[in-house]
Design a protein around this ligand. Structure first.
Ligand SMILES: C[S@@+](CC[C@H](N)C(=O)[O-])C[C@H]1O[C@@H](n2cnc3c(N)ncnc32)[C@H](O)[C@@H]1O
Length: 381
């Protein structure tokens, strides 16, 4: 497996194991698996809109639909209300465990774990591939490979419906006099295990002389310091909900992940205007909070009952638990629309629609593409 794909898989395994519903829809109400009914209802609403974009009513009775990057099955189950055979594919086994546990249609919806850059289906075997809020988290070279694979597995005349960001327009820099914030930490963990994720509750006040408007890529982010030196620069990022007027404070939550090595750290919070500057570099004060990263509690290896106690009595150390999957935060990526359209064109497919889409957030130019797969297919092996 490529290092890139390895990294993607590790991030999502970790997110799926710690807060799968929030990882799919990063809204506060879905933290810890709350508001399940609303969560799955959002999938139904979304699929209704997606099928409308497709505008293709004559699906054969035995239509096979694939949901690529299915997560906990939000879109998969909603697709099953329209199609008899639906397959959810995901790189994270932890997400699929949750999806399988929720499956209301076990006889006709199945979930497949796939951590390869190919897709686990024969040529020309499916009618429809759907994927939303997934390709945006996959590095572009891998996304292109997956798009080629989607063409390979889809029957000529079948459809692809995918959402993919194109690019991030460089934001207009805020005037330096506006780039002043006071960051108050309302709640933060004092101690974490290596790689453990946690939330920091923060209030960010505009101490500048003009408003922070929306659409300027203004984020709260964090760095990790040890012995006064930065050891991990890019960790969590969360948008500061604008507009924020001078003197006004905006409550913000940041998901962070502890460094992998135990020790005494400082978590530093700062604002960043993406592609422009971290505000510390413009003279705005940051805030630092001490955090202890403690060694993970050892987990005793399974031993026959007769042996239990023998190693301890002999003073042998317990075997350390396997290191948890590397944490990290989800990343955002795009493939320029011109390239996407040219790619399908070259491969004999027809881009039926490329509709501006807001699933990647206000910072990205993103599209929902509907593609008819053509006769000519590129076989990748
Ligand atoms: C934000 S969630 C979206 C889940 C689902 N599409 C939805 O809208 O409810 C992104 C999902 O994509 C999966 N994913 C990321 N990279 C993948 C890859 N290379 N192959 C398959 N799934 C992937 C993640 O594990 C995660 O479950």
């Amino acid at each position: 497996m490529s290092t890139e794909l390895n990294g993607v898989r590790d991030v999502w395994e970790h997110l799926g194991a710690t807060d799968p519903y929030w990882a799919v829809l990063t809204e506060n109400e879905f933290r810890g698996g709350e508001a399940r009914t609303e969560f799955f209802q959002s999938g139904r609403t979304e699929v209704a809109g997606l099928l409308e974009v497709l505008g293709h009513d004559e699906w054969p009775a035995d239509t096979v639909a694939v949901d690529f990057g299915c997560g906990v099955g939000r879109i998969t189950f909603a697709l099953a209300e329209h199609f008899d055979n639906v397959v959810g594919v995901d790189v994270a086994a932890s997400m699929l465990d949750e999806a399988r546990a929720n499956n209301p249609f076990p006889d006709r919806v199945r979930f497949v774990h796939n951590d390869a850059s190919t897709l686990p289906f024969p040529d020309d075997s499916v009618d429809l591939v759907v994927t939303v809020i997934t390709l945006q988290h996959i590095p572009p070279s891998l996304t292109i490979r997956y798009l080629l694979e989607m063409i390979r597995i889809t029957k000529p005349g079948g459809r692809l419906l995918f959402q993919l960001p194109s690019h991030m327009p460089r934001p207009e820099p805020l005037p330096t006099s506006a780039c002043r914030a006071s960051i108050a930490v309302l709640d933060a963990p004092r101690s974490l295990e290596p790689n453990e994720s946690a939330y920091v509750e923060v209030s960010v006040r505009n101490d500048g002389d003009s408003a922070w408007p929306v659409g300027r890529l203004l984020n709260l982010g964090n760095h990790w310091y040890r012995d006064g030196e930065p050891v991990l620069w890019d960790d969590g990022r969360t948008a500061v909900a604008g507009p924020v007027e001078p003197g006004q404070a905006s409550p913000t939550q940041l998901r962070i992940a502890a460094p992998a090595t135990p020790g005494e750290y400082e978590l530093e919070l700062d604002l960043v205007q993406e592609s422009v500057a971290w505000w510390a570099n413009l003279g705005s004060p940051t805030v630092r909070v001490p955090v202890t990263v403690r060694a993970a509690a050892p987990v005793a290896p399974a031993r026959p009952v007769s042996e239990v106690g023998a190693a301890d009595a002999a003073g042998e150390p317990e075997e350390a638990a396997e290191a948890p999957a590397k944490a990290g935060s989800m990343q955002m990526h795009g493939v320029h629309k011109d390239l996407v359209v040219a790619l399908f064109d070259q491969l004999g497919c027809r881009v039926l629609n490329a509709i501006p889409d807001n699933r990647a957030g206000a910072d990205w130019v993103s599209y929902l593409y509907a593609v008819e797969v053509g006769e000519y297919q590129l076989r990748l092996r």
